[in-house]
Design a protein around this ligand. Structure first.
Ligand code: KE4
Length: 428
């Protein structure tokens, strides 16, 4: 494939943007090589500035669950923007969005719109600390909750990919308040709460981990955390920025039947525009300014154009059978990849949830961060490039989940599996 124009753009970008990118994971650091630059996208496809076409399994890291440039989303944005891009005063679409989220996610009696997943999670832990009067929070190895200071303590996603699990610039005094325990380890959670449960403001978790590749909760694990939080008066915070509206219409909390105290969202509710949200019980959310003393704000929060893109996307995914079809195509993809790897004699394993999946160059099962770390990341990097050259764009990191949209049909999955047959043979 020719990447001449991307190469020139990356040289220019590298002189002006740290690492040549506006978000680390895009830089291909962990898979090697240079990123391509997108020209446009449509449905399941990305097109780069050199005219190459890729079946896209990143989907802007989650928002494009209905495929890129969906006509209904573009029409909603075009119509709304003609009335103005931002007002700084309330607009009706903010109310419609709040009504949609609270109708789809019953644990959220109230919500506050923000501009990113990071804003949602840092606001949620501030609320947990303010509402409980406690300072400690609990997170999990490999889970990533955005780049808020309290989370960059053994974070996953970019920090893990860049091998900087504890980022410089995070004050030790703040990091000390974040307790990190292994995911899917019942005893570690019980022991921590037995020791310091009374000091814990909140426990924040990706119910399905999507930032250390893709790891599913063991049976009963999320319920175990629910019970520990209830027993010790800590708030259970589901970070559904990635899983929300994806693994089920009501997110992981619907899929696993758990009621968190607070939830955070992003990605899909923006439909590609910058949107995040946090929500929960009325007695908690009413403590957020200006109805309560816990401060939180944002110039563009609830922006009408972003709300229009998010609402159009939510309308598409509320269609009957949307998530069942997404689950079926995710399984078809993963089953096909596992078969191709078996035929090539390559140790390979997939994890999957509706609309998201993990690829591991190791035998299964993968149930912990340590299991995920034991995957052959070097072989993944070689596979990534072998697939890229065959027109398939996977997440450019061995520690990221992949994403399937409703636009990934039989043709796209067949192309992917055919490319994988050749790519597995190359890396075997
Ligand atoms: P943003 O601030 O990037 O909108 O959201 C942060 C965030 C919070 N919680 C979860 C579970 C997330 O997955 C994310 C962001 N996800 C990464 C990809 N795994 C975004 C990609 C990037 O950092 O460029």
């Amino acid at each position: 494939m020719n990447h001449a124009r991307s190469h020139d753009l990356f040289a220019r970008a590298s002189a002006l943007l740290p690492g040549g990118v506006n978000s680390p994971v895009r830089a291909f650091k962990s898979v090697g090589g240079e990123p391509f630059f997108a020209q446009r996208a449509e449905g399941a496809y990305l097109f780069d500035v050199d005219g190459n076409r890729y079946v896209d399994y990143v989907g802007s890291w989650g928002p494009m669950i209905a495929g890129h440039a969906h006509p209904q989303v573009l029409d909603a944005v075009a119509k709304t923007m003609r009335d103005g891009l931002s007002f700084g005063v309330p607009n009706a679409l903010e109310v419609t969005m709040a009504e949609a989220i609270t109708a789809i996610v019953p644990s959220c009696e109230m919500v506050r719109m923000v501009n990113s997943g990071t804003e949602a999670t840092l606001s949620a832990i501030r609320l947990a600390r303010g509402a409980t009067g406690r300072n400690r929070i609990v997170k999990f190895e490999g889970c990533y909750h955005g780049h808020g200071d309290s989370f960059l303590v053994k974070a996953g996603s970019g920090a893990l990919t860049l091998g900087l699990p504890n980022s410089p610039g995070v004050p030790g005094a703040l990091a000390d308040l974040t307790l990190t325990i292994p995911y899917n380890d019942f005893e570690a959670a019980t022991q921590l709460f037995d020791e310091v449960g009374g000091e814990i403001a909140g426990l924040i978790i990706e119910p399905i981990v999507g930032n250390a590749n893709c790891i599913l909760p063991r049976d009963g694990y999320l319920q175990h955390l629910r019970e520990l939080c209830t027993k010790h008066g800590a708030l259970l915070i589901f970070d559904e920025v990635m899983t929300g509206f994806r693994v089920a219409l009501g997110g992981a909390q619907q899929r696993y039947g758990i009621t968190p105290d607070l939830s955070t969202f992003g990605k899909i509710i923006g439909g590609g525009m910058p949107v995040g949200a946090f929500g929960g019980r009325r007695e908690l959310m009413s403590q957020i300014a200006p109805s309560g003393p816990i401060y939180q704000a944002g110039t563009l929060s609830g922006n009408p154009v972003a709300m229009a893109a998010g609402l159009a996307t939510l309308e598409l995914i509320r269609a009957p059978g949307f998530h069942d079809a997404l689950e079926a195509s995710t399984h078809a993809l993963c089953d096909g990849l596992e078969a191709a790897a078996r035929d090539a004699g390559v140790a390979f394993h997939t994890t999957r949830a509706p609309g998201m999946f993990g690829l591991y160059f190791r035998e299964g099962p993968v149930e912990s961060f340590a299991d995920a770390m034991a995957s052959d990341a070097v072989k993944f990097g070689r596979f990534f490039h072998a697939m890229l050259e065959r027109g398939v764009y996977l997440a450019p990191s061995a520690f990221e989940a992949g994403f399937v949209s409703s636009a990934h049909g039989e043709a796209e999955i067949a192309h992917t599996i055919n490319a994988a047959r050749a790519a597995f043979a190359e890396v075997a």
